[in-house]
Ligand binder design. Structure first.
Ligand code: 13P
Ligand code: SF4
Length: 383
């Protein structure tokens, strides 16, 4: 079985305008992304083998007991990202967003950190907790966004803009972080960029990556869009997460029409985030009803109004922890195909094997970790 994300190229071309990272930015122009640029990133295709078969409830119970026993034996803390399978979240000590989990790992009084998430997250935990043994149940759990920039590519980019400050999303490899001045997350990207302008001057050249949608969001939210001269010094890498890029402006239009009372909770990596900001700017949507949030930010937000109605634009695993937090809320998926196959590679049998056999270790070499820690610590000190 093959299922395609519901990408609509005609709607995409008609609706979408962003500052292009290179030529467009130099001209200070708002230019539509060419359709073939988008095609180059591949339409995400979900294979039946990407979806793990559901486990029998009795087996879930048995495995969960075994996993908790192994965790106690190993003095391990189990961390699970918000997109993980429900049964994996249920057995974890902490559930959270990418950075929050690494910080839990840092705080924990445990010898072993079992990371149920993707590889860059386990690496971040190893960078922040070099004395702990960090395990991931499946080494193949990668991330298309993190893969969209390599350290060599970043070095080449930096060579073209000597003196520029590099801001990279935490969804990057340890090697990329080691070439970075400041990390950021979806919840603090604006703050980090504003901090750089405050500390190093408003005209500081910035290389921002690897997510172009988050970059476009920062450009709009900081007013760069209306200041072509400064915008020309803010360069955005044209990477993206295939899952979030697949949540299109059309999804907003459709779910809005179907649920006129609902608020929008949008992860800034989404391909619809720029459009949502345009709707707000044009007065089509009440700004009160649109929130650009990290995954954990979404949970905090719905807790404020647990009976509310929300359209959730992110990977759909997110609906599980949200439902647990606010069972009375109406939660609507912006695109029901938003599915991260990498996150779902972490299953209970693999988690049990990982703790039992102490595999697969993710260890960032100390010299590299030292360099990669600096941009994370700078970000954390900004908040
Ligand atoms: P958060 O940091 O918001 O959890 O996002 C991580 C991620 O991988 C989004 O797809
Ligand atoms: Fe990476 Fe996207 Fe999956 Fe998040 S949802 S882990 S950014 S591929």
């Amino acid at each position: 079985m093959l299922t395609r994300f519901n990408l609509k190229p005609n709607v995409f071309v008609k609706n979408l305008c962003v500052h292009l990272g290179r030529a467009g930015r130099a001209a200070g122009a708002l230019v539509p992304l060419p359709y073939n640029r988008f095609m180059a990133t591949e339409l995400p295709v979900l294979q039946a083998s990407d979806v793990p078969p559901p486990l029998d409830p009795e087996l879930i119970k048995e495995l969960s007991v075994e996993i908790r026993e192994l965790a106690a034996e190993r003095n391990a803390i189990i961390l699970a990202h918000n997109y993980e399978l429900p049964e994996v979240q249920d057995v974890a000590d902490y559930i959270g967003d990418s950075l929050g989990l690494s910080r839990e790992a840092e705080k924990a009084d445990a010898e072993v950190v079992e990371f149920c998430g993707v590889h860059f997250m386990a690496e971040t935990a190893s960078i922040l907790s070099p004395e702990k043994r960090v395990l991931i149940p499946d080494l193949g759990a990668g991330c298309s966004l993190s893969d969209s920039i390599t350290a060599d590519q970043l070095r080449e980019w930096k060579a073209k803009f000597p003196g520029a400050m590099v801001v990279m999303y935490v969804n990057t490899s340890a090697e990329v972080k080691a070439e970075t001045d400041y990390c950021c997350t979806s919840s603090n990207a604006i703050k980090v960029v504003q901090h750089i302008w405050a500390e190093h001057g408003e005209d500081t050249e910035i290389l921002f990556g690897p997510d172009m949608w988050l970059g476009a969001f920062v450009e709009r939210a900081t007013g760069l869009k209306d200041d072509p001269e400064r915008a020309a010094r803010f360069h955005v890498w044209d990477g993206e997460c295939h899952v979030h890029a697949g949540i299109r402006p059309d999804d907003i239009a459709r779910t809005r029409a179907e649920n006129p009372e609902a608020e929008f909770l949008i992860h800034p990596e989404c391909g619809c985030s720029t459009q949502a900001m345009e709707y707000v700017a044009n007065g089509d949507i009440d700004p009160e009803g649109v929130h650009m949030l990290s995954t954990s930010g979404m949970i905090e937000h719905v807790r404020e109004n647990p009976e509310g109605e929300y359209i959730v634009a992110t990977e759909n695993g997110m609906l599980y922890p949200m439902r647990q937090a606010v069972p009375g809320a109406k939660l609507i998926e912006a695109n029901r195909m938003a599915y991260c196959k990498f996150m779902k590679m972490i299953t209970l049998p693999k988690l049990r094997d990982s703790l039992r056999d102490m595999k697969f270790e993710v260890k960032v070499d100390e010299a590299l970790a030292e360099k990669a820690r600096l941009p994370i610590e700078r970000m954390v000190s900004i908040g």
